[in-house]
Ligand binder design. Structure first.
Ligand SMILES: [Zn+2]
Length: 799
């Protein structure tokens, strides 16, 4: 039993408590007290270890901050999120998570009263994610200033934010890149290389493409953040903080540019605009010049950090601040800004416009400027989220609810067949859907449904999986399964207007998965009830005769039975296509050796002590491969490319019996330097004749060739400003492995001038001396997404 306390000792205790509280408050460490500098200072950088250390100290000292590890990065670094809110909210995080998870799935809410109670109880969940692109480093530093301010300030606006919102602050979703960039910056400070990009990808596989992965889930980082967002917390607002080139507007924020993706709810686009205008107004009020809206970035493409939220009924925001050179300040001249033209929505950077009312006309530009702008815009977002808490929660619920009613304009479901040429692709597709929180059901019985709009019903087998459209993520399901039809947008001069990213992505199509849309389904209610939700990947893998989920796919197909010695060219320019090639080889447990510039120049094509039997040349321009990084900015060990010596050595390698397998632009070097008897029919065509920024196209495969053997006669291939070959009739040393179909080769996306592509060769094998060169005109491993054409690569590597 507790000893009764005298009144005197109670008074003493209270005094001690007050003193303790004051001491605890005073002890919340500033970034400067931990790092020895203020984040944003010129030429100072905190690496990932320092950032994690700061957030842990903040967590220990402040009751407003709780830091959690959400997974490990590709290189094994901790990925963290800092929850920031009022201390009372932080104590009940799990309660608020559950409230929001119910709002995300309106099927869990039975009545208007229940909804009203949840809206009253809930907090607006806001996520801010910094520096997914690691050379756009300032936001990762800013995150510490923002966290410290929210942990210590007591002004009315901060209190309102803390009371009404829970912030999920991600200092970076790519910790490895922050470490790589910070190490490089510290190492090169004060040298000619200060402020340059590191001589490697800033994500082990993806580099800059780490922000092209948000529907594909190839990277462990994408999966960790996706789980946090779309399986656990369902943030109503997601803000992705980036930087753009230094000779640009100072800051680009929404509203975005056209085209919009018609699958995004119009109300969401309005909400995106509202946040952007709140940011713009707050920045203008603080005297910040050079802020642009309605420019450059569109909402067509699905795969970015800020676009994925739209398909989860959330508001996705992107900002792009003009860069410095990592943390080194720059001076921008008026002439540099005057030269910067051709940006969508901004005719030039010096004329005041409705979407750019206060031009910035040059001068010094520091990381601290970027830090300040990003702090103001982050607070603008948080302040809106706090003031309109109820409205955000209700709108979020309403969008999810609207997705639950089916219509006749769209399929009711998609069926993934159990009969697959590539069972591992089907299994991965289901895993991708589940990672995003999309419901997939195992068909439990035979049923009847129409597989085309308006057609009569067919009897369908009971083997397979169903993805119903009427679930809270309805728009995500449709956007992933349907073919994209990008609007035909031309500039006044007749040239194609360049979209922000690719035009088409239809996932089962580019993965080579056998699937069909189901329009009218007989006894749909009963079918749904009789089909079981997929909970465990091993159930799917078992059904498809695949190894268990933690085992690699290679065991199924054993794609390279003969274990050829594969060399993969990797210079220092940080080629994403090279990274994705490595990703595919690793995914299928195919061993390979790196071939460096130096090895190329010396003709040392060494694969584990033996001569390589194949060398892969990923897509990269000949200039980049031959010249590499400039000696004026990079240390000798990283400067230069394979050089003319390297080209000669490669020639000798093939003449002596070796094989080169090249992808897309990577083939241009060999067509030119080896005088191969093919030419790219699309080279030299202007953008009013031919244009395709990234689409899925149909190719015919010659299955009688070794490279085409075992593949379907028709395949979906990924074309991204790629090549199409003219092959002379009399070229006896050229075997056409695959061609773009004679007509209608576009399957999903956009293509201007398709006639230039139709019927041209897409993959050719050319005998050269005792060896051969295999040219892929398209990207057979595009961003690790185009599973349909992976087997062509595997076959090409075998000899
Ligand atoms: Zn970026």
């Amino acid at each position: 039993m507790a000893k009764r306390q005298s009144p005197k000792s109670i008074v003493l205790c209270l005094a001690m408590l007050a003193a303790f509280a004051a001491a605890a408050f005073a002890q919340v460490p500033s970034p400067n007290s931990v790092l020895g500098f203020t984040p944003g200072d010129d030429r100072k950088i905190a690496d990932w270890r320092q950032i994690v250390d700061y957030f842990q100290k903040l967590d220990a000292a402040s009751s407003r901050v709780k830091v959690e590890e959400i997974g490990r990065s590709t290189n094994g670094n901790p990925m963290i999120v800092a929850f920031i809110s009022d201390a009372r909210n932080i104590k009940k995080l799990d309660k608020y998570r559950q409230v929001n998870a119910r709002l995300a799935d309106p099927r869990t809410i039975a009545s208007e009263e229940e909804l009203a109670k949840l809206v009253e109880d809930g907090k607006t969940i806001v996520a801010i994610s910094c520096s997914i692109h690691s050379t756009e480093i300032v936001a990762s530093q800013m995150s510490m200033n923002l966290a410290y301010e929210l942990a210590t300030a007591n002004d009315p606006e901060t209190k309102e934010i803390l009371d009404n919102t829970i912030l999920l602050l991600i200092p970076s979703p790519n910790p490895d890149g922050i470490q790589i960039v910070a190490d490089w910056y510290k190492k090169t400070l004060g040298t000619k290389s200060e402020g340059t990009s590191p001589p490697e990808l800033y994500h082990h596989y993806a580099g800059h493409d780490d922000n092209r992965d948000w529907f594909m889930m190839n990277l462990v980082e994408t999966r960790a953040v996706t789980k946090l967002f779309w399986q656990q917390w369902f943030p109503e607002l997601v803000y992705d903080v980036h930087q753009q080139g230094q000779n640009s507007s100072r800051f680009i924020i929404p509203p975005f540019y056209d085209p919009i993706n018609p699958r995004i709810a119009p109300s969401l686009l309005r909400e995106v605009g509202l946040v952007g205008y709140k940011m713009a107004a707050d920045l203008e009020a603080r005297g910040i010049k050079g802020v642009a809206t309605n420019s450059t970035y569109d909402t067509w493409w699905h795969g970015g950090f800020r676009s994925a939220p739209y398909y989860h009924n959330s508001i996705g925001i992107l900002s792009e601040a003009a860069s410095v050179q990592l943390m080194t300040p720059v001076t921008v001249k008026l002439e540099d800004l005057q030269r910067s033209r051709g940006v969508r929505g901004l005719a030039d950077l010096t004329t005041p416009l409705t979407n750019y009312p206060d031009p910035w006309l040059g001068g010094e530009w520091h990381a601290s400027d970027i830090n300040r702008i990003e702090m103001i815009s982050s607070r603008a977002l948080l302040s809106l989220a706090a003031k309109y808490r109820e409205r955000y929660l209700r709108n979020f619920y309403d969008l999810g609810k609207a997705n639950l009613s089916s219509d006749h304009e769209n399929p009711s479901a998609f069926l993934i067949s159990a009969k697959q040429c590539r069972p591992e692709a089907a299994s991965r597709l289901i895993e991708i859907l589940r990672w995003q929180g999309i419901e997939v059901r195992k068909v439990g019985r035979e049923f009847a449904a129409s597989t085309a709009q308006g057609s009569s019903a067919n009897d369908l087998p009971k083997e397979g999986w169903l993805v119903f459209v009427d679930q809270p993520q309805s728009k995500n399901v449709l956007s992933l399964f349907e073919r994209q039809d990008y609007p035909h947008r031309l500039l006044p001069n007749g040239e194609a207007e360049v979209p922000y990213d690719v035009a088409g992505w239809t996932l089962p199509l580019q993965m080579g998965v056998n699937y069909s849309p189901l329009w009218r389904i007989a006894d749909v209610k009963e079918l749904r009830e009789s089909s079981k939700l997929v909970e465990h990947f091993n159930d799917v893998r078992g059904e498809l005769g695949l190894p268990r989920a933690n085992e690699p796919f290679a065991k199924i197909n054993d794609p390279l039975k003969t274990s050829p010695k594969i060399g993969l060219y990797r210079g220092y320019t940080g080629s994403m296509d090279e990274g994705w090639t490595r990703f595919v080889l690793d995914t299928f447990s195919i061993p390979f050796s790196r071939i460096s510039n130096e090895q190329m120049r010396k003709g040392k094509f060494d694969c584990g002590g033996e001569q390589c039997s194949s060398i892969i040349m990923p897509s990269d321009s000949p200039a980049s491969v031959v010249k590499g990084l400039p000696a004026s900015r990079y240390p000798e060990e990283f400067a230069g490319g394979i050089g003319d010596e390297g080209v000669e050595q490669l020639k000798k390698y093939v003449e002596d019996g070796g094989r080169i397998v090249c992808f897309d632009r990577g083939c241009d070097l060999f067509i030119d330097k080896f005088t191969l008897p093919v030419r790219d029919a699309l080279a030299g065509l202007k953008r009013d004749e031919f244009y395709d920024p990234g689409s899925i196209v149909k190719i015919d495969v010659n299955t009688r060739t070794k490279i085409g053997s075992g593949l379907p006669a028709e395949l979906a291939a990924y074309f991204a400003s790629s090549s199409a070959y003219d092959v002379p009739m009399d070229a006896s040393n050229v075997r056409v492995i695959a061609s773009y179909t004679k007509e209608d080769s576009l399957l999903s996306g956009w293509m201007l001038g398709e006639k230039y592509l139709n019927g041209k060769a897409a993959v050719v094998e050319i005998t050269y001396g005792k060896g051969s060169v295999v040219l892929f005109g398209f990207r057979p491993q595009h961003r690790g997404q185009s599973w349909a054409t992976f087997p062509l690569i595997f076959n090409a590597l075998e000899k």
